[in-house]
Design a protein around this ligand. Structure first.
Ligand SMILES: O=C(O)c1ccccc1NCC(=O)[C@H](O)[C@H](O)COP(=O)(O)O
Length: 221
């Protein structure tokens, strides 16, 4: 078994090339103007063409209206729509039906009660992504480089699959893989030298550390 690796917030050709060459399974393009990783649709379209057929393309939005999603679909044609805001289960179902794409719903976690909400998305979202819950003062709901207490995941219904994000990097991803039953990991800040500036060496180190940890975890005994 292998773990899914998603590198999120790519906005340059160099960073995209590094993620693809390192073997990322999913790449994320952020459509949120307040983010240092925001990309204009035209740039995103060019970057997506590099990735198509090599990694799954994920378009990340926050409480998007249909007009934004239409633009994303027309220019980028992603494999996945990631909803990283406060979208309800009904809105997730609507987006999925309207755009005919797999939907990844991100949920912020800071206490066991946050998993009660997760149940409401089971069977509606195609995948759940658990991220650290942002502080109230945050100007964006993700990509903050903050971890959450992974032991909280032990309280989650074992039938619920999820990807893990929030403050991962090459130094802590092995422990995250060992400690949790995540089916994949998602990173943004942890492969950057400054907010929004991806570093090719850090991307390579993150992917390598994840693969080594996954091999150790899933190797036949
Ligand atoms: O990356 C952003 O700037 C961002 C903005 C608004 C909503 C979500 C955002 N990122 C979400 C991601 O998928 C990140 O990979 C995830 O939150 C982990 O980020 P990090 O803790 O920086 O690795």
């Amino acid at each position: 078994m292998s773990l899914i690796i998603k590198i999120c917030g790519l906005k340059t050709d160099g960073a995209m090339d590094a993620a693809l060459e390192a073997g990322a399974d999913m790449i994320g393009l952020v459509f949120f103007p307040k983010s240092p990783r925001h990309v204009a649709p035209e740039t995103a379209a060019r970057l997506a063409e590099k990735a198509r057929g090599r990694a799954e393309i994920v378009a990340l939005t926050v409480n998007p209206d249909d007009a934004l999603l239409d633009t994303v679909m027309e220019t980028v044609a992603p494999d996945w729509l990631q909803l990283h805001g406060t979208e309800s289960p009904e809105r997730v179902a609507e987006v999925r039906a309207r755009h005919g794409r797999s939907v990844m719903k991100a949920l912020g976690v800071s206490s066991p009660e946050d998993f009660e909400r997760a149940g409401a998305y089971a069977g509606i979202a195609d995948r759940l992504l658990f991220d650290a819950k942002p502080p109230k003062s945050a100007t964006r709901p993700g990509g903050l480089g903050e971890t959450f207490d992974w032991s909280l995941l032990d309280t989650l219904d074992p039938a619920v699959d999820f990807m893990l994000s929030g403050g991962l990097d090459a130094a802590n991803v092995a422990e995250a893989v060992r400690r949790t039953r995540a089916i994949g990991v998602d990173v943004s800040s942890g492969v950057e030298r400054a907010p929004g500036e991806k570093d090719a060496d850090m991307i390579r180190a993150f992917v390598a550390a994840t693969r080594v940890a996954a091999d150790a975890k899933f190797a036949p005994q």
